[in-house]
Design a protein around this ligand. Sequence first.
Ligand code: SF4
Ligand code: SF4
Length: 212
Amino acid sequence: MIITRQKPQEKIDEMVAPYGRVFIVGCGTCATGCGTGGEEQVKAMAQRLGSRAIGWAVVESPCDARINRRDLAARKGELEGADAVLCMACGAGAQAVAEYADKAIIPALDTLFIGKTERLGRYFERCRACADCILLETGGVCPTVRCSKGLINGPCGGQVKGKCEVGDYKNDCAWVLIFNSLKRQNRLDAFRKYRPPKDRSAKARPQELASR
Ligand code: SF4
Ligand code: SF4
């Protein structure tokens, strides 16, 4: 899931201030899961904006141009009458909505990371979309994200009792997790394997995938 956090309300108020008529778009998928852009939060935002809010919609997945066309077509009149669109979705969603509406876009959320949900309000970063996934070799634990130094060939000298020196020994050392996972799976040969540096050229930005 894409993990988002709402910007401070004062910051949102500041961004909204120049616009008299604002249409609000929420996200029915990740931002609903995060409790940052679901119906409840969108309604609360509409209430906060008062008469400025001329309408709102929670789009099933606003990062999908097809779903925007499907879910926002019936709201075209309201969107056209708006001076700006306030989007309660991740950055990808906000950009897709901006393209669809062709209006000033007010991003109400900050996009933090791709993460695992433990429960509502408790999320852990798990993937940085490196385009070169090595989870098979690392026991299902991502060293790019979970090792503070992003090491891909075993631990540094900074772990103490399985905890990482970065962040004052609060987080588990990724390479201890990797070792333990591979040991449980009887696959320690993967731990000893040398991994060449990742091919960063695969990360030329902006990335694009067009398989058909
Ligand atoms: S190695 Fe880590 S950052 Fe790269 S794709 Fe796999 S989980 Fe994501
Ligand atoms: S202690 Fe472990 S997680 Fe922390 S930087 Fe070193 S290898 Fe990475």
